[in-house]
Design a binder for this molecule. Structure first.
Ligand code: SF4
Length: 348
């Protein structure tokens, strides 16, 4: 008799690892799939939804396949059917998309059902009982998604009804406490696991604010522009041009690496200077503003002016610029502000 097989949505975090191990304990073969996106769910990024998915997999002996959601994910970020969460995170649509992709993988691999590490009530948007039902329905997987950590407080799935999985050996966790998961991890010998994270970059207020601002001006931003949202101070000069200024050595190095020849790069000559990029249209007025902002954040900020190198289309020239005044900075800087009792407070 061939083994029962399941596909797991697997982030590499504690809950998804426990879900996998719980069904593996029943002799079920698990093929895990880890989804990546452009907003922080990358293997190297420990602040994202996806942790290193290979650690537990190699220790406990299950396969992991990586799948990048790329443009499909960007589409749901821009226009989610079920709306955004507190920030720009379209968690419901995101789960639906991942399950749809997993369904294809399930059909390809001859698996009978899908498992996830979701815990009822753990996250406000996508892990409510009604949300889980909607997600399964929209993914075309009604009754086919087993959530081993909460199964006993959820309706039995088709796999349980068919006797492929023993419901009695599943769990009934719910709510935000992680103590039951930690106890289960100890029981299963899962000793090393990452701390829980809040989600991808889209859940971060400042990143979400920058992204919304970008989409307001450019509904179809390029990938480099999306990646640049993580770095530096951002200034909006016009609907077609932005200025980005590195905040420290590390950001400057990254900006330098990210400079793809599109737009302009500026730096103050002879003084410690931030890497400054101009994205989009680069007319003389934008260049003058960028040079001045660059001086403002350089070691020449207290001088009346400095010489700024401009790199454009592989050619270099220099211009003189004064440090930008506060009102220019205040007018152009893209930052989340909230009004508190008549005063303006900058968030983050
Ligand atoms: S935080 Fe939400 S939108 Fe971001 S990857 Fe996780 S489920 Fe998807």
């Amino acid at each position: 008799m061939s083994a029962v097989r399941a596909v797991a949505l697997y982030s590499g975090g504690l809950d998804s690892a426990l879900a996998v191990l719980t069904v593996m304990r029943q002799g079920i073969e698990v093929k895990a799939i880890t989804f990546l996106n452009h907003f922080g769910c990358e293997i190297s990024d420990q602040s994202s939804c996806s942790k290193n998915p290979f650690a537990a997999a190699s220790r406990f002996g299950f396969e992991v396949k990586l799948c990048h959601l790329s443009d499909k994910f960007i589409d749901i970020v821009k226009n989610p059917k079920f709306g955004h969460g507190k920030n720009m995170n379209p968690c419901m649509d995101c789960r639906i998309l991942m399950l749809r992709e997993a369904r294809e993988f399930m059909e390809m691999t001859g698996a009978s059902f899908i498992i996830t590490g979701e815990v009822l009530g753990q996250r406000p948007m996508s892990q409510r009982r009604d949300a889980l039902n909607i997600i399964d329905r929209e993914a075309g997987l009604r009754g086919a998604v087993l959530r081993p950590l909460s199964a006993r407080v959820l309706k039995p799935t088709l796999a349980e009804e068919a006797g492929l999985v023993d419901r009695q050996l599943l769990h009934g966790f719910s709510g935000r406490s992680r103590k039951p998961q930690m106890a289960l991890a100890a029981e299963l010998g899962l000793t090393e696991y990452p701390a829980p994270a809040g989600g991808c970059l889209l859940t971060e207020p400042n990143y979400a604010f920058r992204l919304r601002e970008l989409l307001d001006h450019d509904p179809d931003p390029s990938l480099p522009d999306l990646h640049l949202l993580r770095l530096g101070r951002h200034f909006r000069f016009s609907s077609r041009s932005k200025i980005i200024v590195g905040r420290d050595r590390e950001e400057n190095e990254t900006l330098l690496k990210r400079y793809d020849g599109a737009g302009l790069m500026l730096g103050v000559i002879g003084y410690g200077s931030p890497i400054t990029l101009v994205r989009g249209d680069a007319q003389e007025d934008v260049i003058a503003a960028a040079a001045s902002i660059c001086v403002r954040y350089s070691d020449a900020r207290n001088l009346s002016g400095a010489t700024v190198k401009v790199v454009r289309d592989g050619r270099e020239y220099s211009i003189e610029a004064p440090p930008a005044a506060d009102d220019l900075i205040g007018r152009l800087k893209i930052e989340k502000k909230s009004v508190l009792k008549g005063s303006v407070q900058v968030i983050g």
